[in-house]
Design a protein around this ligand. Structure first.
Ligand code: ZN
Length: 94
């Protein structure tokens, strides 16, 4: 039996980047998971780098969302929606 799990002090292996993103997005829902993950990235450069990328991405996204939408963007969006109906996202089976 695996009884090495003690609250606040168990190790996780490097999660996949998409999992890291989920952890960050749901940090408010899973504070313990976030805490464990923070402990992990304290000693894992690889994951810390991914976290940085995700953070920068969302900072840019957030900044973009606060800007008023420019006409260029609207025209671009229109040019996509008219005549090019392929926008299906593919998600890998879990
Ligand atoms: Zn890691």
């Amino acid at each position: 039996m695996d009884s090495s799990y003690t609250t606040g002090r168990y190790q996780i292996n490097c999660p996949k980047p998409e999992v890291i993103e989920k952890i960050l997005l749901r940090a408010y829902k899973h504070p313990l998971l976030m805490q464990v993950f923070e402990e992990h990235i304290a000693s894992c450069n690889k994951c810390r780098e991914i976290v940085e990328h995700v953070r920068i991405y969302y900072e840019i996204l957030d900044a973009e969302l606060q800007k008023p939408v420019s006409m260029k963007v609207i025209q671009f969006a229109k040019s996509i929606s008219s005549g090019n109906p392929k926008s299906k996202k593919q998600s890998p089976p879990t």
